[in-house]
Design a protein around this ligand. Structure first.
Ligand SMILES: [Zn+2]
Length: 79
């Protein structure tokens, strides 16, 4: 995507490997971790990930609750 292109910049990965990043996000050739052109982007992506995880967790909680309410408790009442 053209929008994601950035001027080339050397960024040090968490593993110590330095690589040239020309996009918002690239992957380290040594450890495979995501490397961000701008540390601000990394933080934003992290927050996005946490937000997504929270959403997934909430969805599973609701599903678990529905399962218990709809399936498990009627079965327990039958015994
Ligand atoms: Zn690395």
């Amino acid at each position: 995507m053209a929008i994601e292109e950035r001027p080339p910049k050397d960024v040090q990965c968490q593993c110590g490997n330095i690589l040239r990043v020309e996009r918002v996000r690239d992957w380290c050739t040594q450890c495979g971790r995501a490397v961000y052109h701008d540390p601000k982007d990394q933080r934003r992506h992290k927050i996005n990930n946490i937000y997504m995880m929270a959403l997934v967790l909430a969805a599973f909680t609701v599903l678990g609750w529905i399962f218990i309410e709809m399936i498990a408790s009627p079965m327990l009442r039958l015994q």
